[in-house]
Design a protein around this ligand. Structure first.
Ligand code: NAD
Length: 464
């Protein structure tokens, strides 16, 4: 069953790409770990050779500076590639696990099996990182991959297509550029895995397209991430870290703090410090430390969330430049438009609470977020935050930085996503971890066969 008829030229073109990739996978070329390592090294070298083109492309797309691009796109990507190249041989080995008594004598292990032909769909806000880090996972695991980067930053999409399509066999890796028609045509195909980064709305479309084939899906989505400042919060350092995380990429970041819940006794200090940090950072498009809003549609959406009656700081915007100045809204309630959707822009909404129960209740009234942040020294507050608030990943006395530790998996929960990746988790995300029991012929206890006595049953019970 397909979500749309497959009869357009785009559908035919894409069907051929998938056919070529399936045939390539069947050649078994991707199975040896040495092949995968060679391809990962090749990709790393190509990226290094094209860095300047990549900086130029993203600057043209939304004014992101070289340093910001290095920090948030290329360094994490090189780290993933470095980890993959260093550890793949170990990760790809069968993993021994203990065998239970009932099955002895035998050995048990888990074999990582590539899934086959995979589709990676990227989001626009970190176009290199969010397209190529999942691609590294798919390559590590020994799959063939079609990558569909976001069409919104058009030049970054073009440069990724150029790097990959001019240097890799289309049967192994191929970039399909395009918007909804192309993505729809891609989703009409049968895949062995779909890895999608984007909004929960489109995540639902992807999930529906995967359902008829029961395709394995990872969805990296978004939500409204709370930053809770408890009454004992370390205000100066806490706000400094939170403001950096909020205005990185102009708030166009899935992990960004979306709204602040500040204890009423420290709310004024928190807000004053927020202003201090914003002004100290001197966020400037010209000086390359503040990115533009990706397009006019998003500009209108973000600027439209600013309620002039609730502006505590900022509130200015320039449609021609596609810039929304850092803005703090206060006296916000759950009914306000700013709390009805993920902000995904340089605005922070501030609400207050008197008890932790009140703060947690606000979080619970919204969908499960991709990230949760708490600023507090108090052990009991931290314990309650971790056990009572659901979120994809989180940080205590920090924000966003959890994603830079590849030993921690990255992913959402509920409407913020399903599945996880980064580092070894990426390898597992794109593999089937196949459990195997291997018996010897040394000994046959005969216990499991029919015709049990009560004595045998007692023995079996003991063994299990
Ligand atoms: P989006 O859902 O609009 O687009 C993502 C991808 O889906 C793009 O490649 C786009 O071409 C494709 N697409 C868009 N509409 C489609 C449709 N109707 N049918 C089929 N494909 C379609 O998301 P976005 O605007 O690129 O990114 C913003 C959202 O992504 C936010 O919600 C943000 O939180 C989330 N996000 C999540 C992560 C994460 O890792 N969890 C990272 C970045 C962004």
């Amino acid at each position: 069953m397909n979500i749309q008829a497959q009869n357009t030229p785009v559908d035919h073109k894409i069907a051929n790409v998938v056919k070529t990739q399936r045939a390539y996978f069947r050649t078994k070329a991707t199975l040896p770990v040495d092949f995968r390592l060679k391809q990962l090294i090749k990709l790393r070298d190509l990226l290094k050779a094209h860095e300047q083109d990549m900086f130029d492309a993203i600057y043209e797309d939304f004014g992101k500076s070289k340093h910001q691009t290095q920090l948030t796109e290329l360094f994490p990507l090189y780290e993933e590639l470095g980890l993959a190249i260093k550890h793949l041989k170990t990760w790809a080995k069968p993993r021994k696990v203990p065998t239970n008594l009932l099955n002895q004598p035998a050995k048990s292990y888990i074999v990582a099996e590539p899934l086959g032909t995979t589709l990676v769909i990227g989001a626009w806000n970190f176009p290199y990182n969010l397209s190529l880090v999942p691609l590294v996972g798919s390559m590590m695991a020994g799959n063939t991959t079609v990558l569909k980067p976001s069409e919104l930053p058009a030049r970054t999409s073009q440069i990724m297509a150029k790097i990959i399509n001019e240097n890799f066999d289309a049967g192994y890796l191929h970039v399909v550029e395009g918007a909804i028609p192309e993505t729809t045509a891609l989703l009409n195909q049968r895949w062995d895995k779909i890895f999608f980064t984007g909004s929960p709305q489109v995540g639902r479309i992807v999930n529906q397209a995967a359902a008829p084939h029961l395709t394995n899906v990872t969805l990296e989505l978004g939500g409204k991430n709370p930053a809770i400042f408890a009454k004992d919060a370390p205000i100066n350092v806490g706000v400094k870290r939170m403001i950096w995380a909020k205005f990185l990429n102009s708030g166009q970041l899935c992990l960004t703090p979306d709204y602040v819940l500040a204890h009423s006794s420290i709310k004024d200090q928190v807000m004053e410090r927020m202003v201090h940090e914003i002004e100290k950072n001197d966020f400037s498009v010209e000086r390359g430390n503040f990115t533009r809003i990706i397009n006019e549609r998003n500009f209108d959406r973000v600027a439209g969330l600013i309620d002039p009656d609730k502006v505590y700081y900022g509130g200015d915007s320039n449609r021609v430049e596609r810039v929304v100045r850092p803005t703090i809204l206060h006296n916000v309630s759950l009914e306000d438009p700013i709390m009805q959707e993920e902000i995904f822009g340089p605005i922070i909404a501030v609400m207050t609470f008197d008890t932790l129960d009140e703060a947690f209740d606000i979080v619970h009234q919204l969908e499960k977020p991709l990230a949760g942040y708490l600023f507090s020294h108090d052990t009991e507050t931290k314990r309650r935050f971790l056990s009572e608030i659901p979120f994809g990943s989180g940080a205590i006395n920090e924000a966003v930085m959890q994603t830079t530790n590849a030993n921690l998996p990255f992913g959402g929960v509920g409407t913020s996503g399903m599945g996880r990746y980064h580092g070894e988790f990426s390898f597992e995300c794109f593999s089937h971890m196949k459990p195997v029991l291997e018996k010897t012929f040394d000994f046959e206890p005969n216990l499991k066969y029919y015709g049990h006595s009560d004595r045998q049953m007692k023995l079996i019970q003991k063994l299990v």
